[in-house]
Ligand binder design. Structure first.
Ligand SMILES: [Zn+2]
Length: 185
């Protein structure tokens, strides 16, 4: 694919980064950072690096206190969806969590008295934002989150490593996702 590899990156146009058009929700710099445990983020970042140049995905489960949150890796079955004609996008540009693995992770979490806190995925060689495709996956037919009270974490991963991550939480009043950068302790 032209312009996709790390050695032939297209410079950002003068009127703004090219990904802005693909963003359904961006990080709002005025909102401040979300602090999450270092161990949790290292696990997610490691997963993102291992899957590069494809998107990784998984869930974060835990009790209300983020100190005990854990990441559960899931398989990105987007290539299979594309092969079946369910999507035009491959795993480098989209993710779809293996539904069997998702249900298994939720069942195990429930058994420990934990809840789903976030769904995470990576963006390859681009910024951390929610794409329109991501929004379609996160929202139900009624335009509300399929998993109420669950945030979306997006990690920006490049050939040389992770360059940032965003925490996108649903804003009930504004009826949209609001993004904040993630900082890890
Ligand atoms: Zn995405």
């Amino acid at each position: 694919m032209p312009g996709h590899g790390p050695t032939d990156r297209v410079p950002e146009p003068a009127d703004g980064p090219s990904w802005h058009d693909r963003a359904g929700a961006r990080m709002d710099p005025g909102q401040g950072e979300v602090r999450l445990p270092r161990e949790l983020m290292l696990e997610i970042y490691g997963h993102a690096r291992e899957c590069h140049p494809e998107e990784c995905c998984g869930v974060v489960v835990g009790r209300p206190d983020p100190a005990g949150w854990r990441a559960v890796r899931c398989s990105n079955v987007q290539n299979a969806r594309r092969a079946q004609g369910d999507s035009d996008l491959d795993a480098r540009h989209a993710f779809w969590i293996d539904e069997r693995e998702l249900l298994e992770a939720l069942k195990r979490a429930e058994g420990r008295g934990e809840q789903l806190r976030a769904i995470y995925h990576s963006h390859v060689d681009t910024a951390a934002y929610l794409s329109h495709e991501d929004l379609r996956g996160a929202l139900g037919a009624n335009g509300q989150p399929q998993w109420p009270g669950t945030a979306q974490i997006v990690v920006s991963v490049w050939e040389d490593g992770v360059r940032g991550a965003g925490w996108f939480a649903w804003d009930d009043a504004g009826e949209r996702y609001r993004g904040r950068p993630i900082a890890s302790d």
